[in-house]
Unconditional design. Structure first.
Length: 284
């Protein structure tokens, strides 16, 4: 099954989730969690993101962010790549930390955004990790509800404005009530690529049509996991990159999967092609 095109534009709000490879843990202790938040702080500043909410779970994380440029993929790749490199170094591991592709839902900037942030804050409760969201220190809920200081990267003003409906003086308390009065286990989010009313969803119909035209060109290719399975040596991995390109994967998709820069993939694929052509000339 082909993956939908990533819609990127300035001013769009997204609900982002990224999971550990094979759903394994990406945070083993508080040191891991603090390092991730430090990297998130840097990425929010560097890419001029507006981070509305976050939650570090065990094998995945949630973010609600708004972009000021069409740079979502670059920002999340930077975050995941820097964290994966550090995590492998610290735990003396090798290989992938995250699954090859993060998920990003486009969210309408009104009650839909508030609901996403409520969902993010209640995620530890839904998972049975705590009984109440304020008991989980690794999310934005406590700061948004006025129970602790806002971290440098968190900008919850828009969400509080939506929930409080103009009552700035009591906004944090009203947000806390908004979350706590919800049945966490009954709260669900649609799994659609776009969360919003009919008019909002209709704005992205041209992108959907483009995606439908892209699907036939991508059918029939093997998953990247299958292409790179057993490619342990550098030579085998380089050969697998060429195979992935032959099966119509974009350089950026391969780079995300391998957690390297697209220019590195391009250089290797070009070198492999030149070497193959040279060998062909000598044989003939």
């Amino acid at each position: 099954m082909s993956r939908p095109l990533r819609i990127q534009a300035a001013g769009l709000t997204y609900h982002i989730t990224a999971r550990g490879v094979r759903r394994t843990s990406i945070y083993l202790d508080a040191v891991d969690r603090r390092r991730f938040l430090a990297l998130l702080t840097d990425v929010v500043r560097r890419y001029a993101l507006r981070c509305h909410a976050y939650c570090e779970m065990t094998n995945h994380y949630h973010l609600a962010v708004t972009t000021t440029d069409a740079n979502l993929s670059r920002a999340v790749q930077q975050l995941n790549g820097d964290y994966a490199q550090w995590w492998n170094w610290r735990h003396q591991r090798a290989g992938h930390v995250f699954q090859s592709r993060f998920n990003a839902q486009i969210v309408q900037d009104d009650s839909y955004l508030a609901n996403v942030c409520r969902y993010i804050g209640l995620n530890p409760v839904r998972s049975g990790m705590v009984c109440s969201p304020e008991q989980w220190p690794w999310s934005s809920y406590r700061a948004m509800a006025g129970l602790t200081k806002l971290p440098a990267f968190l900008d919850c003003g828009r969400v509080l404005e939506i929930v409080a409906d103009g009552d700035r003086a009591d906004a944090a308390n009203l947000f806390g009530q908004y979350v706590l009065e919800t049945d966490a286990r009954a709260l669900q989010l649609q799994r659609s690529a776009i969360l919003g009313d009919d008019a909002f969803v209709a704005r992205f119909e041209p992108y959907r049509q483009r995606a439908s035209r892209e699907i036939p060109r991508r059918e029939g290719r093997r998953p990247l996991d299958a292409i790179f399975r057993g490619a342990i040596t550098r030579a085998a991995r380089n050969a697998a990159m060429v195979t992935a390109v032959d099966e119509r994967y974009a350089l950026a998709e391969i780079a995300r999967y391998l957690e390297i820069h697209p220019s590195t993939v391009s250089k290797i694929v070009s070198e492999q092609g030149a070497r193959a052509w040279k060998n062909h000339r000598f044989k003939t």
